[in-house]
Design a protein around this ligand. Structure first.
Ligand code: DC
Length: 679
């Protein structure tokens, strides 16, 4: 997960490989609630691990359910069997509509008959998302619901006395034209009413987002409740004696809305002979957003599918513009708005009024952000029309704490593939995504997943180099920059050190250039977060040892060793970007780097830092000899014939003798900001 202020995507040009989707948000939160209300235990597999499911799990625990992680996205939920285990609770539900609405309904019904008082709150935006139609229906049933903020919006309190009665003789009426979640919430909760006769629910107004109600009905059926649907989508009947029965075990499908970004990616950037494979949903999906695939096909995507997989490649190109009623696929329709940027004419998405009451006002948000990219956008109460940019602009895309805005924005990075006028492929512009962390609502690893299948031309992948002498703090600075920017990190010294370590282990002489080069070329070195392994052994500490450092300094003067490590270093340059530290990153390995930093500090200062480092590790050291050693190493690095240590001509020098790490990072980020096209 990228918990950073912004993430810059370089222009992307291709996609291939396989993605495994996280679990469906809609299914995960519904089955969590059903398992929590049912009697006994239910094992849920492939559950989504995200902000929205975290708030649901937390709420269930507060209500006395048990929730036990079994690893690998499996959970065992112990339910309350329709009997309140806790009669008072304060629930915080973030911005999860799929938690707020059904929990409000379920707790209102339970409190009305068993007694209790429950407060339901969320983030500020949750308090702007309507719930009044559901509250009206619940009051009609005889439930006590208090508005704690504005009438018709969370926060709410639901309460009641033990022995209270519900009014079940009349059909329950609920409006369906603002959010289908009100109806879903009632259907999920009504089995708690324990009615002696059939219960009827009647929808007033045209029901929107019907496929989500279909998911609710299918999942209720899995929990033993067969709701009949009559008169189209207007009337629902819950048979007398309906009671949740746990299915024991249940597998959650991959998220079809999350699939839409990869369907779009494949349609824009995957070659027909190497389609992008998406695992977790397919044509057997119970999720309405699977219908997005038909819309994508209409725009030109070439899609093959199986029961739980899709393979997508470019079909028609440019994409074909679309005029579509998107009422049934409101979430995935946002992805169509992005595909519209690659179409041959304006695309109009109609009947999307519900966008205005989602995580943000998505019609306004989408129009504003697409215009930043250069698109011409018309927007109305319930439609959006998108005309592709004549000239793309590098833009910093705001995401409004809306996961789908962030995931959609990533598709703009494919802009070099867009056709402009009669021209072909274009140079491309980067795309900045503000607050990328918001994808955690439904897809915490979205960007990592994207970077696993999307490719850029090496020249488009930005590189920041940090060169400088031993113990100048390059490694610390480079790691901090990489973390702040979400970029990859190359500690090139580690490659020389690993070669030295391998030589010491294999007994290769320090002057056997050919044998050392062979070792360097065949290094089985892996970097994984803080861990570094060589041939499977953890070597993080061994690489930092003084004897390894000394040998590294000697063998790094050998041209064949440097040549052997060159290609390995170039391979680190991949999406979204790279920070590389060493001695010749800016001069030899990445001469086209977008920013080159040459870091220095006085020898005295560096010796003191190294001394502190060694002492903190419990290693005895003497400042004078450390200083002499540093200076000898500097001299060797500076005077060697190949790739000597020196600042690149276009490098910016930074003497960090008097700076803290954070201050150095801020200086370099300031330089970086000036070189980026985002203003
Ligand atoms: O940065 P470091 O101390 O981990 O580097 C170990 C040795 O490798 C150092 O003495 C010089 C050499 N080196 C190099 O020649 N070129 C690089 N790009 C990185 C390190």
């Amino acid at each position: 997960m990228y918990d950073i202020p912004f993430l810059d995507l370089p222009p992307l040009r291709r996609a291939a490989g396989t993605v495994r989707l996280p679990g469906s948000k809609s299914i995960s939160n519904r089955v969590l609630l059903l398992a929590g209300l049912a009697e006994g235990s239910t094992t849920l597999h492939d559950l989504l691990d995200s902000d929205d499911t975290a708030v649901m799990l937390d709420a269930l625990r507060r209500l006395g359910c048990t929730a036990e992680p079994l690893g690998d996205c499996a959970w065992r939920i112990g339910g309350i069997g329709g009997r309140l285990a806790v009669h008072e609770a304060e629930l915080f539900l973030g911005n999860a509509g799929t938690a707020m609405r059904p929990l409000a309904a379920a707790l209102a019904l339970l409190a009305a008959t068993q007694g209790g008082s429950f407060t339901l709150r969320g983030v500020a935006r949750m308090h702007e998302r309507p719930i009044g139609d559901l509250v009206d229906a619940l009051r009609g049933l005889g439930c006590a619901v208090d508005d704690l903020g504005c009438s018709g919006f969370p926060p709410l309190r639901v309460r009641g006395e033990a022995g209270g009665r519900l009014r079940l003789d009349q059909p329950v009426r609920v409006r369906g034209d603002v959010s289908s979640q009100f109806l879903s919430a009632l259907l999920l909760a009504l089995p708690l009413a324990d009615a002696a006769h059939d219960l009827h629910v009647e929808v007033t107004g045209e029901l929107i987002s019907k496929p989500y109600v279909a998911i609710t009905l299918k999942l209720l059926a899995r929990f033993g409740i067969a709701v009949a649907r009559d008169d189209g989508w207007r009337r629902f009947t819950l048979p007398a004696g309906s009671r949740y029965r746990s299915p024991g075990t249940l597998h959650v499908e991959g998220d079809a809305s999350s699939a839409s970004y990869f369907v779009a990616l494949g349609a824009i950037a995957a070659q027909p002979d190497a389609p992008l494979r998406i695992e977790g949903v397919g044509h057997d999906s119970i999720q309405g957003d699977i219908a997005f695939v038909d819309a994508a096909r209409a725009m030109g995507a070439a899609v093959r599918s199986g029961p739980n997989w899709l393979e997508v490649a470019r079909g028609a190109w440019p994409l074909r513009a679309l005029q579509l009623d998107c009422n049934a696929i409101p979430d995935a329709a946002m992805t169509l708005a992005m595909m519209a940027l690659y179409a041959d004419a304006p695309t109009r998405l109609a009947n999307i009024g519900s966008w205005r009451v989602k995580e943000t006002d998505r019609i306004d948000a989408m129009a504003t952000e697409l215009r930043k990219l250069g698109a011409t956008v018309q927007a109305g109460a319930d439609f959006i029309e998108v005309e592709p940019p004549a000239a793309w602009r590098a833009a910093a895309i705001a995401t409004y704490d809306d996961h789908r805005m962030a995931m959609c924005a990533s598709l703009a990075a494919l802009n070099p593939l867009a056709r402009r006028g009669s021209g072909g492929a274009q140079p491309g512009v980067p795309v900045r995504i503000l607050d990328p962390r918001c994808v955690a609502k439904t897809f915490p690893d979205y960007f990592e997943t994207l970077f696993g299948v999307a490719g850029a031309d090496a020249g488009d992948v930005p590189v920041i180099t940090v060169d400088g002498p031993t113990a100048s703090g390059k490694g610390t600075l480079a790691a901090a920059l990489a973390a702040r920017l979400g970029y990859r990190l190359l500690d090139s010294g580690a490659l020389y050190r690993a070669t030295a370590l391998a030589a010491l282990r294999d007994g290769v002489a320090a002057d056997d250039e050919a044998a050392l080069a062979r070792l360097a070329a065949g290094l089985a070195l892996r970097f994984d977060g803080a861990s570094v392994t060589l041939g499977g052994d953890e070597v993080g500490d061994a690489l930092r040892s003084e004897d390894v450092g000394l040998l590294a300094s000697r063998i790094s003067a050998l041209p064949a060793v440097r040549a052997a490590l060159h290609g390995l270093q170039l391979g680190f340059r991949s999406v979204p970007g790279l920070v590389a530290d060493g001695r010749d990153m800016g001069t030899v390995v990445f001469p086209d780097a977008a920013l080159k930093v040459f870091l220095t500090a006085g020898a005295e200062q560096r010796a003191m830092r190294r001394h502190k480092q060694l002492i903190s590790k419990g290693i005895d050291a003497n400042i004078d000899s450390l200083r002499a050693d540093l200076e000898a190493r500097d001299a060797r690095d500076r005077n060697r014939a190949v790739a000597p240590l020196r600042a690149a001509e276009d490098a910016l020098s930074l003497d960090n003798s008097a700076l803290t790490v954070d201050e150095s990072v801020e200086v370099v980020l300031g330089w970086w900001a000036q070189r980026r096209p985002f203003g």
